[in-house]
Ligand binder design. Sequence first.
Ligand code: RP5
Length: 164
Amino acid sequence: MKKVGVVMGSKSDLPVVEKAISLLQEYEVPVQVRVLSAHRCPDEARAFAAGARQAGFGVLIAAAGMAAHLAGALAANTTLPVIGIPLRAAGSDGADALYSTVMMPSGIPVATVAIDGAKNAALLAMEILAVSDEALAEKLAAFRREDTAKTLAADREICEKYNG
Ligand code: RP5
């Protein structure tokens, strides 16, 4: 199976990014995790993205806060799909990172999830890999069935409590 590259702009992003890493690990998807900043080490970030396809990656996830250019900077250097996670950061509610990540110029797409949306980033990465991996597709379908069952159980509980 192709690897998922999970890149964060700073080690301080790890508490949120860990949710994506642990979900990918739970589904036994090979992951490589890096701290690479579009601003603090642009050469290393560029080299990682430029070599990612050759290195066996199928999707990249890039998480960054504030002026969050990491996902776009990686996307500029690869034609692998790049998923951006805009993050809340000190002194910021994440709206700056959301706009910095989602508002890409035509021709360089970044699939952007919600602010701090690490779980959806991991699920989307797996959905991309599952296009050519039936076993992974079935695991994702099972996850959806469980999610539906949990919601319907909550509905039954609330109905009993409030609707008699
Ligand atoms: C961004 O700046 C990082 O992704 C992080 O979210 C934010 C703050 O970084 P630190 O100053 O905590 O290293 O580049």
